[in-house]
Design a binder for this molecule. Structure first.
Ligand code: ZN
Ligand code: ZN
Length: 132
């Protein structure tokens, strides 16, 4: 089995999900990784390709299995990255709001004649009336 590290079709495959080898990598009959090199080659219509996660290589590695040795799909499809990103964004946006000190602002009096808020001194900026 040739190892081609920079092949695009492997990158597109989902992890830990058996796929028919004839669909993803058509070609000559080949062997099951578990049966080993002593076994007879199996037509790719009866072989399963599984891309496994690799601890040091994020592209993972691909193995072919016969129907007897194909592992069941281990992980469900991860949630769509966009949805997770939005959730994270919402969480990070909500956090500072929750932590922020509540702004204590005394409601200021409004001048009954001018209908504007009086200044901190309690005096109306328009007419100069002192509002308690
Ligand atoms: Zn096998
Ligand atoms: Zn006024």
């Amino acid at each position: 089995m040739k190892v081609v590290s920079s092949s695009d079709w492997r990158d597109a495959l989902p992890f830990e999900t058996p796929l028919l080898v004839a669909d993803v990598a058509p070609g000559e009959p080949t062997r099951c990784a578990t049966c080993g090199t002593s076994a007879d080659p199996i037509p790719r219509e009866r072989l399963w390709a599984v891309k496994h996660r690799h601890p040091n290589n994020h592209t993972g590695y691909l193995r072919f299995y016969c129907a007897d040795h194909v592992p069941a799909a281990k992980v469900p499809e991860p949630p769509a990255p966009t949805r997770r990103t939005i959730a994270q964004r919402e969480r990070s946006a909500a956090t500072p709001t929750r932590r922020a000190e509540p702004v204590v602002e005394k409601p200021r009096a409004v001048c009954p004649d001018c209908f504007i808020e009086v200044s901190a001194t309690g005096r109306c900026g328009m007419c100069g009336a002192l509002i308690a």
